[in-house]
Every structure is written in C-alpha cells, then in structure tokens.
Design a protein around this ligand. Structure first.
Ligand code: ATP
Ligand code: MG
Length: 434
C-alpha cells in the first residue's frame, strides 16, 4: 500500500471519553472510529488487524476439527421464548419487530439457533461429536458501553457449540478447546492466564475464562506465582459487595492487599487485573433438553445432546493486544497482528535517489510476500515518524540523508532503537528480523 493513497486518518486528539491506551491509540491511529455509543467502524488498518486475528482463530479451530458456519444475525424471538431466555436475558438482548409486527432479536449469543440447526439433522450417536462455530456480529445492549472495543454493544465474537453423545466426550472436547484457545492467544503474542470462572446466566458446570493480563482489565483474578492455577474472584468470594469492591480497586491498590491463603502447590497467590478474551462452558443438556434436541444412542433410545460452548471476543482482542503492547507514543503491534510489517519511509520526497530506493525496496519486499507500506507522502520527516510510532508498524525503514553514504536506518518500534545498515544489506537484514 502507498501511504499517499491510503485511508488512514490519524489524529492528534483522542476522544474525550477515551481513558484507556487502546481506545485512544486505535482511534488516533485511524484503526477505528465511533459511530454511536458502543458502535465502531473498522477503517482499513483496523480491518486488517481484525482479519488477521480472525484468521488465526479460524486456523487453530479448523485444525482442532471444528467447522465454521455463519448463522443469521437476526433471530426470531420465539426461539428465545422456547428456551426461557426471552425472560432471563433482560435488556442486553435488543428486540425489534418487522413490518408484520413479528418479533426478532439481534443475536447476543447463539445457543438456541445452533441447537435448532443441529436438531433433527444429527440423529444418531454415530454422527457425534460435532463442533460448529462462527465468527459473527453480536449485539448486546450493554448498560455501560465503554473502553472502545473492549466493551462495545455491537462486536465480533467467535462462538462455538459442540454436541456429544456423553458427558465424558463433552469434557474431552472442553479440554481440547482449552488447549486450542491457549494456542490462539499464544500465537497472538499475548500474556494471558486461564482461570476458573463462574458459569453465570448461560448456566452449566465447568467454566473457564481466558484473561489477558492488563492493569486496565475490568476483571479481578487471583493467580499463583509458581503453578498455572488461576481463578476469577467471582468463584472465590461469596458476596457480590466484596467482588464489586475488589473490581473497583485499581491494580496498584490490589498489590497492597495480601491473600491469606497459599496456593495448593505452596506458591504465593496474588491479585491481577484481566481482560476476558475467551470463555468456555460445559453446558450439559440445558439447551438440548429445553429445545428437545435429541439423538438416538447405541440402544436406539433418544437422548438429549451433551453440549459445551466456547466464546472468543475477536474485536475485544484487537484492543487487548494494544492494552498489553503500547508506550506513550502509540501502538506496538505483535508480528502476528501488525497491519503492515515494514513501513518504508522516504524522508524527503524531493530527493530522487531516496524515492527511487524506496520504490525499489517496496517492490522487493512485496515480491518477497512481506506486508509493506511505502510512506511516500510530501510531509515532513518528523510528522511521518510520529505517525509511524502512533500506528506501531514493527519496523520502519528510514531512507534519509545518510543515503549519500550508502546507508539507511531500521527503526524497531518495540525497542525504539535505530540502527544504520548499508543499502545493499537492508533487505537481507530485515528479512532476518521479521
Ligand atoms: P463480560 O463479563 O466481559 O461481559 P461475558 O461473560 O458476558 O463477558 P460471554 O458471553 O462469555 O461474555 O462472551 C464471549 C466473549 O465475548 C467474552 O469472553 C468476551 O471476550 C467477548 N465479549 C462479551 N461481551 C463483549 C462486549 N460487550 N464487547 C466486546 N466483547 C465482548
Ligand atoms: Mg457480559
């Protein structure tokens, strides 16, 4: 992409309600813009990042034997009435009616629709297990949409649902998904913890959450410094007041609070703040029984499916990467999530030699399959450099005055170090780094 042709509307000012770095930098860097309360547009850079995350999620799920589908976003209210959730979902579930006064729901999740899809289509134990997922828009009329993409009203979620002939097999799949989610978050370069979680309104027995560690996280978790034990405080403390009080506390305030108890392994437990990016539940037959979704077991007897459900906040992940990877000047994308890997900056567009080298390297990198952007704008070097830092390309190749001595510079966004490299070596050097 040529920067002169790109639509990357960067700005100096952050929106007044943007208190978190991810919210500020994603808007200022021209990744997203707010359309309304909890509603965001993804601009070209934001869309690239979103699609990259989506691709990683898909690759790992497909590899684990899941199949992608896409259900309609609008679902008939009758479906939710049959499961009983039309009553229990409350105001988060947005209802609409059509020209014939028929009632619909903008899907906040899709257990009912998935059960309905599988019902009468999978009829025998021989067809089981199956794990279907989609990466699709969700709408939740959140009481307090905030923090940009972290808590939107319309957002992108990966929601998966598995169907089994026995509880044992469902637990096997649950464990497989835990491993698969770990692979996904590891590939994204995130520092995360898997924690025991409360099953909440969706119901079911076993439930685990995946939290990206960040001081700004809305959730409070307890983790061990030796083993991989972790738990959401919702599973540890009984009283709502106590949980709310801890969630209100900042990361710093929590550090001074000691936990009396030791971990079972003998390690020390401490409080951390986390952003919930994934949640896996063992559902049992809650929905299959309510919606009379059955298969014939080995003896020919009809049984309700054993189910599990698996969610990932795909758009929330875009912001989570930045909550964990930024400095005071902007975003620092990980290699798996960056909008472009290499930003070739022609310092002075009036210098023919600089332009020519920029063009040649731009072609060379693209031919090598490297996602490259060429900053060929007429603006001053300092302005372009600030822009590069704000957006957070992993590497910026600066073609400037040193070209007279046959040298260019590689700027590493993460370390903020600049190193001089000979023109002849720069391609090989960058290919080594990426
Ligand atoms: P939270 O406690 O943050 O409201 P939840 O328990 O309601 O999350 P789930 O119903 O398990 O969330 O949804 C699956 C995933 O979707 C969550 O783990 C989270 O990453 C993401 N998610 C949920 N609500 C939102 C939202 N309002 N905006 C963006 N992502 C969300
Ligand atoms: Mg919620």
């Amino acid at each position: 992409m040529r920067r002169s042709r790109a639509f990357i509307p960067t700005t100096k000012e952050a929106p007044s309600d943007a208190t978190l770095p991810s919210h500020q930098f994603l808007v200022r860097g021209g990744f997203i813009n707010q359309q309304g309360s909890g509603l965001y547009n993804f601009l070209p850079l934001g869309k690239i990042v979103l699609d990259k995350i989506r691709k990683i999620v898909k690759e790992e799920l497909d590899d684990a034997g899941c199949s992608e589908v896409q259900l309609s976003f609008v679902t008939p209210l009758s479906l939710w009435q049959r499961s009983g959730r039309a009553e229990t979902m409350g105001k988060e579930m947005l209802r609409i009616s059509d020209r014939h006064d028929a009632d619909f729901v903008l899907s906040p999740t899709n257990e009912e629709a998935m059960v309905e899809l599988v019902k009468n289509r999978v009829t025998s134990y021989k067809d089981l297990p199956i794990n279907l997922y989609q990466i699709n828009t969700k709408f939740r009329d959140e009481a307090r949409p905030r923090y940009g993409l972290l808590r939107g009203r319309e957002f992108l979620m990966k929601d998966g649902y598995s169907f089994h002939a026995s509880k044992e097999d469902m637990v096997r799949e649950f464990d497989l998904m835990e491993e698969t989610y770990k692979k996904i978050f590891t590939r994204l370069g995130l520092d995360f913890r898997v924690v025991q979680a409360d099953s909440g309104a969706i119901g079911g027995e076993g439930s685990k959450e995946f939290h990206v560690l960040a001081d700004s996280g809305e959730d409070t978790i307890v983790v061990c410094d030796v083993c991989d034990y972790g738990a959401n405080i919702e599973t540890i403390f009984e009283s709502e007041e106590e949980i709310d009080a801890l969630n209100e506390k900042s990361y710093e305030e929590l550090q001074s609070k000691s936990i009396e108890e030791k971990c079972n392994c003998g390690g020390t437990l401490s409080f951390k703040k986390g952003i919930e990016v994934g949640h896996i539940f063992q559902l049992g037959d809650k929905y299959s029984s309510a919606l009379e979704a059955k298969f014939n077991d080995e003896t020919g007897k009809p049984q309700a499916f054993e189910m599990a459900t698996f969610g990932i906040g795909v758009s929330r992940l875009v912001a989570s990467v930045i909550e964990q990877n930024h400095d005071e000047n902007g975003c620092i994308w990980t290699k798996e999530t960056c909008p472009y890997m290499v930003n070739i900056m022609v310092s002075n567009i009036k210098e023919t030699a600089q332009v020519e080298l920029g063009e040649a390297l731009y072609t060379q990198f693209r031919e090598a399959g490297v996602e490259t952007i060429l900053d060929d704008r007429k603006d001053r070097f300092g302005f372009k450099m600030k822009d590069a830092e704000l957006i957070g390309f992993p590497y910026t190749l600066i073609i400037g005055k040193e070209l007279m001595n046959g040298e260019v510079q590689i700027y590493d966004r993460k370390t903020t170090q600049k190193v001089g490299v000979g023109v002849d070596e720069v391609f090989a050097k960058l290919m080594e780094l990426i």
